[in-house]
Design a protein around this ligand. Structure first.
Ligand code: NAP
Length: 320
């Protein structure tokens, strides 16, 4: 089968399409024929060698695929050959024609959700769900600022926030991204490059501030986020690409909480619960992953350039 292989950490071009042996499922394992692969920013950090827990070389990148179960190992009960599934992590890497998973890493993909959409479920929706509901513990009626609503996690957070009965303020950096955030259910949409956008947040909330901020770029925004938090507000740091200056006094007055979020930090119970919730949302149509761009698997390097260098619009997906 064909798979993307990385033999040395480095630029996107270290990813090459190669022939590798097709994996065989052992006991408790599932082999998935991949029809679409989700590309996430974290895969660029791992490939560049700047991620703390990089895999041993050589490796096949990726955790998020959607496809059809091709074969199952002994003892597998949850799925059978022919089932449509999305993956949450894999044993052999998702950027490939086939991927080997543990039984717990495959989840049903409802018939109305395309494979390309299915590839956009795991990391973005798990991150959004964990940030909003497991870390911030948002409750209906609260106001959430999705600071970066045009990308994979932001679209997921906007849909989840809307479904959970929150007032959603989303931000984006382009007219296209703003339109996308509005279409996904944001009640108000702002431009995060407008210098007064946080002032607009205060105006929208009649100077009360927001209860929850889901922060995609904390190194740029965290300091000022604290200025627009309501009393007992929570900022969840989802993404950050550098350092930032924060005035800790701002946390005192409002008893504010700054929370980290790491999807790999979820317990097994939290992960199971989260995928049960995502499965229900996919099945009832509340959750609808948005595919912005599809590229052939062989163009994985281009996908890594684009996810870091161009403005976001939903998910970038690779097609084997
Ligand atoms: P993505 O699809 O590339 O989207 C990036 C988002 O950040 C876009 O909405 C982009 O908006 C927005 N953005 C750019 N400049 C911004 C600014 N100044 N203020 C606020 N937002 C800004 O990436 P993603 O998959 O959504 O992931 C977002 C971040 O979360 C990444 O850093 C990723 O590594 C991280 N993440 C962390 C975890 C975890 O476990 N902690 C899990 C998943 C993702 P425009 O392009 O419209 O400007």
């Amino acid at each position: 089968m064909k798979a993307i292989r990385v033999h040395a950490y480095g630029d996107p071009e270290v990813m090459r399409l190669e022939d590798v042996p097709e994996p065989e499922p052992g006991p408790g394992e599932v082999l998935v024929r991949v029809y679409a692969v989700g590309v996430n920013p974290v895969e660029t950090y791992i490939r560049a060698g700047i991620y703390p827990q990089g895999p041993a070389l050589p490796y096949t990148p990726g955790t998020d695929a959607a496809g059809v179960v091709a074969a199952v190992g002994a003892g597998v009960k949850a799925v059978a050959p022919g089932d449509r599934v999305y993956t949450s992590y894999t044993l052999s890497g998702a950027y490939a024609e086939m991927t080997l998973c543990l039984e717990s890493q495959v989840h049903p993909l409802p018939p109305q959700v395309s494979f390309a959409q299915g590839a956009g479920v795991n990391v973005p929706y798990a991150a959004a769900y964990r940030a909003l509901l497991q870390r911030a513990r948002a409750v209906p009626g609260e106001v959430v600022l999705v600071h970066g609503a045009s990308g994979g996690v932001g679209v997921a957070a906007t849909q989840l926030g809307r479904a959970a009965g929150l007032i959603v303020i989303g931000t984006a950096g382009t007219a296209e991204g703003k339109r996308l955030a509005a279409e996904q259910g944001a009640h108000h949409v702002l431009d995060h490059y407008a210098p007064d956008h946080l002032q607009q947040v205060m105006e929208l909330t009649e100077n009360r501030g927001v209860d929850v901020i889901l922060e995609m770029l904390a190194n740029v925004n965290l300091g000022r986020d604290l200025e627009v938090l309501a009393s007992h507000g929570r900022v969840v740091v989802i993404g950050s690409r550098g350092t930032v200056t924060v005035d800790p006094r701002l946390t005192i007055i409002h008893e504010a909480n700054i929370l980290g979020m790491y999807i790999w930090g979820a317990t097994d119970e939290e992960t199971m619960s989260l995928h049960a919730a995502l499965g229900a949302g996919l099945a009832n149509g509340t959750l609808r992953p948005v595919v912005g761009r599809e590229l052939p698997l062989a163009e994985a390097a281009r996908a890594h350039h684009e996810i870091m260098e161009t403005k976001a619009f939903g998910k970038i997906v690779l097609i084997p």
